[in-house]
Structure formats: structure tokens, C-alpha cells
Design a protein around this ligand. Structure first.
Ligand code: NAD
Ligand code: MN
Length: 362
């Protein structure tokens, strides 16, 4: 019997609906398997915590997370608190504090999902986007002076270090190498940004020599958007900076059918600290409290969490249950044009996992 310690952080908005659903699915996969157990600890950090305590999470919050095997996260974002406070006070504090420097975002068109691209068969779009998650444009360096005066000045300084660029490129090459097509596209903007992005290109060429079996190419970020839409099949694994990959992965999620489906992992590849898994969507103020949130992005994040823990069989079973459910239009939530609620989808995924249990017992 393997027991894993899991931290759940629902955060704000529909995070409070999809993370409990994710936990139910984790319990279902564990009980249907028999050799797997999870010990959950829930943390009520986020906007409500901020209203009570003036901070999104306690000062020593990271200490409570360090001993966990993995973290399941919902969303940080509250209608009444500025976004830069909620984001930096919770999600980025955890990502940076636990040095989760690789943000991994798989994108596929799941069975039964109607993507917006004409002439794109499901097998034409199977990507993993690797986002640098610790520095770059979101390093937090900068400042504002003379606020409110005509001479006001503000900077956000993008910091790229050789160590940071090298480690994310090495991670991306290794991931590309593990996938059937062994293909990596390195995205920069090294025509216009002539210092750090040129260093990316140089480091990419250098790291590439360690991976002679990986075919790689380069693309500028603006051209990459067009290539994702017009020639999706020419892409497989993609690596880009913090900002570029943030934008490209929302585009990828939309091309795959809905933001509500897309998962992500914030990974510490060296496994010094727990990694954190979350749907890529935010708090969705427009639908929160209604029970309409699509939990599939969270369930797919659970699949990534299980893969990270080395529980490949459990991961495959949850993915199969997700795909069986998306294939049924009666189980589509409103973002997919259906009528199903969060609970309906959750129950259906658990029922699918339980059927496997029955088959195993028979
Ligand atoms: P959002 O993802 O919350 O919502 C965008 C649109 O997609 C909305 O119409 C919403 O209803 C829909 N949507 C998103 N997830 C869905 C789901 N699971 N099921 C059905 N529909 C879904 O993005 P936003 O409106 O830009 O941001 C709202 C808040 O969330 C902001 O405060 C923002 O800062 C925060 N946010 C947090 C994260 C994060 O914590 N990782 C990510 C993005 C946004
Ligand atoms: Mn984003």
C-alpha cells in the first residue's frame, strides 16, 4: 500500500468547486485500485483568507507544503482584490517558493470535443507546451516612481539567467525525447529582443547537442501563433518563456475546445519540493456558485499529478474515464454547449472508475 500526502488549495471562485471534485476522483481511483491511498490536507488560502488576515496565505505557509508529495490547486483571483495581489500572494508565491520552474501544459482534442479549427482532426493537435516558470518577464523585478504625476515611470524588467534558461531547455528536450515524435520547437523573439532571447537561441543550440535523437526547430512567437492555427500537425513539444508560453497556452486551450478542459503542472523536476497541479482556468466569476464549472481541467491535472508520483496505471485509468465522459455529449458542461453540472461529470467519472473496480473483482 502506497500512501501519498496531498495538499489541496481550492483558492477562489470555481476553484472551490473543482478542487473538491478532483479530490473525489482521487479517492475513487484509490479505492478502485486497492494499493493506493491519499492523505489530504486542505488549506483555505485565497481571497477570503486575505479579507480576514491581510495576506493570501500565512507567512510560514510554504513550510506546511514542503512535506507533501504533491499539491492540487484551484484558482487565485477575487473580484474585490486586485489580480496582482492574489496572483503574487498565493500562486506565484508557491511556484517560486518551491522552485517549480517547469510549467507543463499538454493539449489534445479529447473525444467528443468540437474544436474551433476547420480541417484539424483530433490527431493533428497533440502538443505539450513547456513554460519557463521562475524568471523572465514575470521575475517581479521593476518599479514605479512619481505615481500619478505626468513624469510617472514604470518598469517590469525581464530577467533571464543562463542557469534558468539552460534548465528549462534541458527539461523540454528531455520531455520531447520521451514522446513518440521526439520533436521540439523553441520559441523566442530573438529578432526584436536582441539580448536575452539571443541567449535563449544560443543555449538551445548548445543543449540540443546532448539530445541528438530530438529533432528541433526555432520559431518567433508571433509566427508561432499562426503556425498553431494553420499547421497544428507540425508541432509536438514546444518551449517558450514565461510570458510567451502563458499566452500560447491559452490559445492552445481554446484550439482544443475549452479553457475548462486544460490542465497544467508546476513541476520541480529535481523533486526537492512538491509539484503543484491545477486547471489553467481562473476563478470564473461569471459562473461561480452555480455548479456549472467544468471539472475536466482539474481531473486531467489529477492525471498529471498521478504521473508525477509514478502512478502510471492510475493515471491511465483516470484519463480513460475522462475520455469516456467527454465522448458523451449528455455529460458536457455549458462551456462545451451542454447542460451537465460539475456534480454530474464528477459522478460519471467515478462511476467509470468503479466499473473497472467491479471488473477487477470479478
Ligand atoms: P477565467 O478562466 O476565470 O474565465 C474565463 C472564461 O472562461 C469565463 O467566461 C469563465 O466562465 C470560463 N471558464 C473558465 N473555466 C471554466 C470552467 N472550468 N468551466 C466552465 N467555464 C469556465 O479567466 P478570467 O476571467 O480572465 O479571470 C478571472 C479571475 O481568475 C481573475 O481574478 C484572474 O486573475 C484569475 N485567474 C487565476 C488563474 C490561476 O490561478 N491560475 C488563472 C487565470 C485567471
Ligand atoms: Mn494564463
Amino acid at each position: 500500500m502506497k500512501t501519498y500526502k496531498i495538499a489541496t488549495i481550492p483558492g477562489d471562485g470555481i476553484g472551490k468547486e473543482v478542487v473538491p471534485a478532483g479530490r473525489i476522483v482521487m479517492e475513487a481511483v484509490a479505492s478502485s485500485q486497492g494499493d493506493l491511498r491519499f492523505e489530504f490536507e486542505n488549506f483555505d488560502w485565497g481571497g477570503d483568507y486575505y479579507r480576514q488576515h491581510g495576506v493570501m496565505m500565512p507567512e510560514d505557509g510554504l513550510d506546511a507544503l514542503r512535506g507533501k508529495d504533491a499539491i492540487l490547486f484551484g484558482s487565485a483571483g477575487d473580484a474585490n482584490i486586485p489580480d496582482h495581489i492574489t496572483l503574487w500572494g498565493l500562486r506565484l508565491k508557491i511556484c517560486q517558493g518551491l522552485d517549480q520552474y517547469a510549467n507543463v501544459r499538454p493539449t489534445r482534442i479529447l473525444p467528443g470535443i468540437d474544436g474551433p479549427l476547420k480541417r484539424c482532426a483530433p490527431e493533428d493537435l497533440d502538443w505539450v507546451i513547456v513554460r519557463e516558470n521562475s524568471e523572465g518577464e514575470y521575475s517581479g523585478v521593476g518599479g514605479r516612481v512619481h505615481q500619478g504625476h505626468p513624469i510617472e515611470a514604470a518598469t517590469d524588467v525581464s530577467i533571464m539567467t543562463r542557469v534558468g534558461v539552460e534548465r528549462i531547455l534541458r527539461f523540454a528536450f528531455r520531455l520531447a525525447q520521451s514522446r513518440p515524435r521526439k520533436q521540439l520547437t523553441v520559441i523566442t523573439k530573438s529578432n526584436a529582443q536582441r539580448h536575452a532571447m539571443v541567449m535563449w537561441d544560443e543555449v538551445a543550440a548548445q543543449v540540443a547537442r546532448e539530445f541528438p535523437d530530438v529533432a528541433w526547430d526555432k520559431e518567433l512567437v508571433d509566427a508561432a501563433t499562426a503556425r498553431m492555427v494553420n499547421r497544428p500537425r507540425t508541432l509536438d513539444t514546444i518551449v517558450a518563456t514565461n510570458l510567451h508560453a502563458d499566452i500560447l497556452s491559452d490559445l492552445a486551450a481554446a484550439l482544443a475546445g475549452s479553457l475548462g478542459i486544460a490542465p497544467t503542472g508546476n513541476i520541480d523536476p529535481e523533486r526537492r519540493y512538491p509539484s503543484m497541479f491545477e486547471p489553467i482556468h481562473g476563478s470564473a466569476f461569471d459562473i461561480m456558485g452555480k455548479g456549472w464549472a467544468n471539472p475536466v481541467g482539474t481531473f486531467w491535472s489529477v492525471v498529471m499529478l498521478l504521473e508525477h508520483l509514478g502512478e502510471a496505471a492510475a493515471a491511465r485509468r483516470v484519463m480513460a474515464a475522462i475520455e469516456a465522459v467527454t465522448a458523451d455529449p449528455a455529460l458536457h458542461t455549458r462551456d462545451l454547449g451542454g447542460q451537465a453540472g460539475t456534480d454530474d461529470v464528477t459522478r460519471a467519472v467515478c462511476a467509470h472508475l468503479a466499473r473497472h473496480d467491479a471488473a477487477r473483482a470479478a
